[in-house]
Design a protein around this ligand. Structure first.
Ligand code: PLP
Length: 438
């Protein structure tokens, strides 16, 4: 007997696909971009309709080598041809190479590393190491920081997402981020003498129960609005931590591995942390993260039974990619390239600022640049509405830029480190036109 069978081979229409998304995909943050992406290559994304979009957010800040870089595809193929996943106590030779080569890039004090998957996870490992090593439990973060959405990392995340989930972990403390464009103390950067940090120390002295294990921070606050720490900030903080037996953790999820024109954000300030957390840029598009620390901290925490066993710790697939990423970063000189292209892009953005009143501030390092949109340069009132309209116009014309900064109106301009001058020129031209038209 003939039955009416559904035609399973017919591809669903675009609107049917969006219906499936709306019906079944859990909303986890901002609204989805309503165009499907079919493929990506280098600095470009291509929509299902074939529209090319310059990606000035490097995916979710991970695709530093550009999308689908051949070296990453080869590494995935190598892992597919050999082994993808193992018992967490088993290793492939590539992890030995990656551990050695990554530690060689890091300052000699940071000589032990473990490989995880996400930024939140590598921060959890960092915090657990710090707590076990110091025997303390309080953790200091900076307002405006973002360290991830797992409990420990989220407890030190102040950029957003704190409300509605009940108590954060006990011992979470925050000091004001040094936002020099909007000084929390109303001071001027040229004469403040890092007053916000002195205020932070006094505040911590008053509120801490005397058990601070670590300070965790991003060398440039990204989600918080591309807040570049002022000169001398990290050095002063390092001294205070040393005086109080507190560990310093740098979360280099976005600043690590070339983006800021150096291999690590902390290199520019010549301050070495006790623990560094790497993620996004290490996998350059696959989920690989790392937590690195000193021989001393590794030894003491091992003796105390440090346990951070996860399903995908040391996984061959992601490690194989990470090895290729680190090697490409070094052989292609991508940190120097980020410095050079960053200066070119920064000059272009400053020239846009000269022409468009709405650009209140342009700041950043290397290819991590913030552009702040204001209603008026005197009052510095954020202009989210205008930023939204200009972003939409840019997207229509083929330029994708992330919006960050919570209540502020800040674009995070962060193309792949492989971006060309022509691509930068095109982005600047699109932005210029959008500012003029909107
Ligand atoms: C500085 C920083 N740390 C940690 C994280 C969390 O990383 P993940 O989303 O991979 O857990 C992020 C994510 O945006 C980040 O920007």
């Amino acid at each position: 007997m003939l039955t009416d069978k559904p035609n399973v081979s017919a591809a669903p229409s675009n609107s049917a696909l969006w219906d499936m998304v709306d019906d079944h995909l859990l909303h986890y943050g901002r609204d989805f971009v309503r165009e499907f992406i079919a493929r990506a290559s280098g600095s470009y994304l291509y929509t299902a309709e074939g529209r090319a979009i310059l990606d000035f957010s490097s995916g979710q800040m991970c695709a530093t080598l550009g999308h689908n870089h051949p070296t990453i595809l080869e590494a995935i193929k190598r892992a597919s041809d050999s082994v993808l996943h193992l018992d967490s106590t088993m290793l492939t030779p590539s992890i030995a190479h990656l551990a050695k080569e990554l530690c060689e890039l890091l300052p000699s004090q940071l000589n032990k590393v473990m490989f995880l998957n996400t930024g939140a996870e590598s921060n959890e490992a960092a915090l657990r190491l710090a707590k076990l090593y110091t025997g303390r439990f309080e953790v200091v973060g900076l307002t405006g920081s973002w360290h991830g959405t797992t409990s420990g990392a989220a407890s030190s995340t102040y950029a957003n997402g704190r409300k509605g989930y009940g108590p954060a972990m006990a011992g979470g403390l925050a000091i004001p981020a040094p936002n020099c464009y909007r000084c929390p103390l109303g001071k001027d950067k040229s004469t403040c003498g890092l007053a916000c940090l002195d205020f932070g120390f006094e505040y911590l002295d008053a509120v801490s129960v005397g058990s601070i294990a670590a300070v965790i921070l991003e060398p440039i606050q990204s989600a918080g609005g591309i807040i570049v720490l002022p000169d001398g900030y990290l050095k002063k903080l390092r001294i205070w931590c040393d005086e109080h037996g507190i560990l310093l953790i740098f979360d280099e999820a976005q600043t690590g591995l070339g983006r800021v024109g150096a291999h690590f954000g902390f290199e520019i300030d010549e301050v070495v942390p006790d623990i560094v957390s790497l993620s996004k840029t290490l996998g350059a598009g696959v989920p690989l993260a790392a937590t690195a620390t000193s021989d001393e901290i590794a030894l003491v925490t091992k003796e105390r039974g440090f346990s951070h066993f996860t399903s995908h710790v040391s996984d061959p697939l992601t490690v194989e990619v990470g090895l290729s990423v680190v090697r490409t970063l070094v052989t292609d000189g991508l940190a120097a390239r980020a410095d050079e292209m960053g200066q070119y892009l920064m000059a272009g953005l400053k020239s846009l600022q000269d022409r468009h009143e709405a650009i209140g501030d342009v700041r950043g390092r290397g290819l991590l640049i913030g552009v702040e949109i204001v209603k008026d340069r005197e009052t510095r009132e954020p202009d989210k509405e205008r930023m939204g309209k200009i972003s939409d116009r840019c997207f229509q014309r083929g330029l994708n830029i992330n919006r960050v900064g919570g209540p502020l109106a800040v674009w995070r301009i962060a193309p792949p480190l492989t971006i060309s001058k022509d691509e930068v020129d095109l982005a600047l031209e699109i932005l210029d036109e959008a500012f003029t038209t909107v």
